[in-house]
Design a protein. Structure first.
Length: 278
């Protein structure tokens, strides 16, 4: 659909492929226009050492969107994705943008990727996780936490796929995509709705570059706005991310450009299994 962009509100780096720098290219490669609002602008991912850059003021994010809205473009958006926030105050700013998009286009989908930590612990600035839970999650059509984030948001231990299903349903949302869930010798990616749940498990890989979660969320939203169902979207998204990961092993960044054909692959997807969880 022409002139129907995805609004992507997350981090921006000069070098590498995380946040907007991963999501934007993936969405564009799938034929979707993207309006990127940077929550931070950094020279590189902090995992490489302390970066140069700055955090965007919350009012600047709103001002950027306001300028688009004044020209009558805001209602064109068919989806919004939020990821890493550089400050807690950005959550309410992002929430106001989501609410305005949905008021203009009720069919627009909002995916909230609550980026604030991983298995090593929380890394977002103080108050960010709480602000996401308060301001953004209640607006989400789809949430995409990793195992650590889901455990924090639900106050539940998440050690198995069944745990993830139960914890996800406590969020009270219509669709939750959970990543990095232990599944025996594998790692499960799971999508949970109020009545169904599916998993797509993959081999554990070591020293995977940053940005895989951002990439998965972008691919998932892209396929959902195109009308694909949750189970099929999970299979396609995980399969494509795994292909990019395999092309990136041994590198310090995702090889997103070199492996770009993986983003649109039509090969057979990884299998998806139904999860039975009480």
């Amino acid at each position: 659909m022409p002139d129907s962009p995805i609004i992507s509100i997350q981090s921006e780096v000069v070098r590498g492929h995380v946040g907007n720098s991963a999501a934007r290219f993936a969405l564009q490669r799938l034929g979707l226009d993207v309006w990127s609002l940077p929550t931070v602008l950094l020279s590189h991912h902090p995992g490489h050492g302390r970066p140069e850059g700055r955090t965007t003021e919350a009012q600047e994010l709103v001002a950027l969107f306001d300028s688009l809205a004044r020209r009558g473009w805001a209602g064109q958006a068919r989806g919004v994705i939020t990821g890493y926030l550089g400050a807690a105050t950005q959550a309410s700013a992002a929430a106001s943008i989501v609410a305005r998009v949905k008021a203009l286009n009720p069919a627009a989908l909002y995916l909230c990727d609550p980026v604030f930590g991983d298995d090593d612990g929380a890394y977002a600035k103080p108050g960010v996780a709480e602000a996401i839970a308060r301001d953004l999650l209640p607006l989400a059509d789809i949430a995409a936490p990793n195992r650590f984030e889901l455990s924090s948001l639900s106050s539940q231990r998440v050690e198995t796929p069944a745990d993830a299903v139960r914890a996800a349903r406590l969020l009270g949302l219509r669709e939750v995509v959970v990543t990095s869930v232990p599944d025996g010798a594998q790692i499960a990616n799971i999508v949970v709705t109020p009545s169904q749940a599916w998993r797509c498990s993959v081999e554990r890989e070591s020293q995977v570059p940053h940005g895989t979660g951002d990439l998965l969320s972008a691919l998932y939203l892209a396929l959902r706005v195109e009308g694909h169902g949750p189970a099929d979207t999970l299979a396609a998204s995980v399969s494509r991310v795994q292909a990019v990961i395999r092309a990136s092993l041994g590198c310090d960044e995702l090889q997103l450009i070199a492996a770009q054909d993986c983003l649109v692959q039509e090969k057979k997807n990884l299998p998806v299994e139904t999860i039975q969880a009480g």
